[in-house]
Every structure is written in C-alpha cells, then in structure tokens.
Design a protein around this ligand. Sequence first.
Ligand code: HC1
Ligand code: SF4
Length: 573
Amino acid sequence: MVNLTIDGLAIRAPKGTTIMEAAAQNNIAIPKLCFLKEINEIAACRVCVVELEGKERLITACNNVVEEGMVIYTNSPKVRRDRRNTVQLILSQHDCKCATCFRNGNCALQNIASDLNIHELPFEERLERQPWDQNFPLIRDSAKCIKCMRCVQICDKVQSLNIWDLEGTGSRSTINVTGHRTIGEADCSLCGQCITHCPVGALHERDDTEQVWQAIADPKKVVVAQVAPAVRAAWGEQLGLSRDEATVGKIMDSLKRMGVDYVFDTTFSADLTIMEEGTEFLGRFTRGETKEKPMFTSCCPGWIRFIKSQYPHLVPQLSTAKSPQQMFGAVMKSYFAQAIGRSPEDIYTLSIMPCVAKKGERNMELFDGEYAGHDVDAVLTTRELVRMMRSAHIRPDTLVDRPCDALMQAGSGAGVIFGATGGVMEAALRTACYVVMGENPPADAFKQVRSQGQGTGVTTAEFHLGDAVVRTAVVSGLGNTRKLLEQIEKGEVSYDFVEVMACPGGCVGGGGQPIHDGEELAFERGKNLYALDSSAALRFSHENPDVQRLYAEYLGEPMSHRAHQLLHTDHNA
Ligand code: HC1
Ligand code: SF4
C-alpha cells in the first residue's frame, strides 16, 4: 500500500493505482474527457491535470500512479487555471451549437464547460469541416471532434478494424478515416461502438425519425413496427425509468400514441429464426461435412459486414437465415398484409433496434416471387425512439403496458435472450434438443453458454444431443471474434456451431443504445433479459403458438420453399 494526501485527505491506495482511481475511491472527482479504462489512458485531453507538491509542471491523473508521500491538489488555483485554459482551447476548436447537437444534455464537454463556469472563449474560433456522406448510417461531424482518440482506440483495440486514425501533428492534427478512404470505402462494420464511446456529438447515427413521422402521417401507409429484444433493457435509462418500470409494453404504448398502426415484438421473429436456423443447423450437423463446419449465426449485421470484408472465404459457413428483423419485415409484407387485406406496397415496416448496423441491413431486398422492395423500410435506434417520444411530448410516467397486436403477438423467453451474447445459441439448443429428443429439456439446460461477465469474449461448451456431441462457441466483440476465427482457421479449435455478435455483450451493448459516457452497461442489461426469460410463460421457440400458426397457414414447414423465399438469403450475393 502507498500513503499519500489528496486535497488534504490522508489516504492509502494499493501500489499501481492511478491518481484518478485513488481519488475516486475517496470520493474526490477529477474531471476527464478522453479517459476510457483500459482502452484510452493516454492523457490526450489534459483535463485531469492535478498539482503535485514540489513539482513545477502539473501532471495528469489518469496515467500517473500513486507514490509514497505524494501531496496532491486536484483543485488548486493553478489547476483550475490550467484546466479552464485547456477546455477553452478545446471549445474554440469545437462547434459549440449545443441546442442543435445530438448530445445536448448528455455531453462530457458541455458538462465540464458548465462545471468550470466558462462563458467566454479568449481564443479565435477554428473549426474543421470535412465532407461526409450524409446517407451513410454512421455520421461524423468533424467540427465537433475533440480529438480525444476514443473512437480510434475502441475501433482498433476492441473491434480490431482500425477505421479511424489521427492525421497530422500538433494543432493541425485531426481524426479521419484511415488510408484516405471515404467511410463507404472503409471496412466499417457499423457496430456503432465509436458512437457510444464518443464523449461529444462528433459521431452519431443517421437520424431517420423524420421519414418515420412522414409515413405515420401518410393516410395511404399502414405503419407496422417491431421492437428488438435489447431495446427493452435500455430505453428507460434515458428517461429516468428503472429497469422494472421500463417495460416493453410501454414502448408499444408510446408507438401507438405516436400513430403507429400495428406494434409487434421482434421476439416473435426471433422464435421464427430459431425454427429456420435450428433446422438448418441440424441438417448441416447430421450431414457432418467438414467444409460446412462450424455453422455461424447470421442475425448480427455488424458481424455479417465483418466476415464479408475480413474473412470472405468463410461466408459460405454463415447460416442462410435472415435476421429476425428481416424475417419479421418479410412476414409483415406478405402473411400479415394478406391477413389485413392490404397490398405489400401499403405496408411501411419500421424496426426499433439497439443497433446502427441494422440501418445497413435493411437495404436487403425482398423477393416474394418477384422483387417486392425491402423487408424493412426504416430502422430507428433506441436513441431515436427516445427522441421521437420526446418530440411527441409523451410523458414516460403516463405510459401503460400495452400488448402487441394480434396474429404475431406471442414471443418466448428464448426470443428475449437473443439480445444478450449467448442468447441465440441457448435458444437454438433448447429447440434443437426438443427436435432430436422428442421432448423439451429443462429450459435452463444450456445456460453454460451465457457470458459470465463483461468482456470475457469467448464462451465454449459441449452438449449431448442424443448420441452426438455438439461443440459450441459464443463470442462477442469483433476483436475477440478475429482471435477466435484465427484459431479456427489454424485448426487449434473446432466447433459445430458458433454464435457471433459484433458488439461486446451482444445487442444489449449495441451501438444504438443510450450513451453513458464510457460506462459499460451491457452485462447489467443482459441480466435483465435473462430475468425476463426465466419468468416468461413460454421458454421454447417451437412452442410459440403464433409461429406454429404461421407455419400451418402460410409457410408449411421450416426450410420449405416458401420459407426459403421469404426468410433466407444468399450472403454471397
Ligand atoms: Fe438484436 Fe436480433 S437479437 S440482432 O442483437 O437476432 O439489433 O435486440 O433485434 O434481428 O431478435 C439487434 C437485439 C435483434 C435481430 C433479434
Ligand atoms: Fe447490431 Fe447487435 Fe450486432 Fe451490435 S451485436 S452490431 S447491436 S446486431
């Protein structure tokens, strides 16, 4: 242990602790902008400076460790002067139009400028404006970038894609897409992790709320919405609702109050995905052809973009099943449209997703005999949903639990856990076991595939299905995925079935979820989904009565010709 004083308080801290951590452990807050634990500890912003007695130069608290006998001041006149100066300089190179910023009210720079009581900027304003494709699902506003390096580091260290880089030096330095490419040319997976780790409004999703308002106002359109599993675990965070208060039924109520005609839960089509993907897996597994192993899940579009750009030769090993989002869109424009007596062109399909990559996935085309447009017309992130609620002046405390509409109302707990890493695998194994054994296993028989904590990366397990052993791996985060794929390619490990989610922790940690300035909430949100599963009336996808009816009345069997046409895709195309 090391003894030191911070702001007159004698404290003891374990050797190796940073000054920032030691202060935090003693309830002394040191402001910061660029710091991200274990990802960005480079003191780029210099906002966390502190005064060390006996030293002329101030030192940064995030990357200097405690030493015996240190006497530190976190808020001396010298520190305050320096910190103000630093923040004023950052603000002079920042487009400070907070009222029109996506991060207004949730911005580390806005907070610190306010805390430091900054009301004028003594420096000349110098803004940098780089061109950007405003149609791309991920938008960067260079005039708001503070060069903290968080996006560079999260993309490099956690997602292993190196999309961002620092160009130039000194006051001319700037962040840009690596290799002088446009974002469209780069291998961006659209995971959106750079957005959720940006402390300011320099990165955000393309805002599609206006076109949704227009569709709602269009009397010729029937707006049909679906809400993804992971959205329910996070939407209330931005509105001050507790996890118990923020139910999925209240999202359905808000959508209806905004004017959406029909509301559904993506857990229905997650169950449908299990019927298709589970059947496909059992087919491949029993055929036993090595070139088909392992089969990879295909519901995460961040992962699909990654495998296509980084490991194109592995694409044939993806399940051909479309994601639940796309399956639901296809079913809404065919089966459901027919049931309500409307043509597919009248149906406007809207998805609420925790994900930015889903905005890219929606470009997938729908062929129902002939070309029939897109499965999904618009995708909104959880953050955009909350923005729509706000712009509709909906008071969260007035929302009530509203069930989904008829015909595709039911969803199982197996569908709910899709939103957490391991959930797709667990749901698939529950049903695969039923198909092979002819009876349900205990619902929690496969819980070994659940992640045991934040960032554990890969979870592997083996299960008996009848006489056969199925070897499974579950991975989240693209850096972890790259490592796993390298091991598989080298023959160091071998699996039958692999679930991949691009975002650490799965969709609960998705790039479209509420932002908490670097705080990682995926694991907590995941626990919420597992709790919803364990209390659900239905725990098995194959028991979903509305999915059963869809097969009986419309699709026939899983993997039938009709199911293929609507619910599967060729990832090589
Ligand atoms: Fe996901 Fe999925 S779980 S991909 O993470 O398979 O986005 O929530 O909707 O499609 O169900 C996301 C979440 C989501 C799909 C499902
Ligand atoms: Fe989107 Fe989920 Fe994949 Fe993240 S893990 S990219 S949120 S589908």
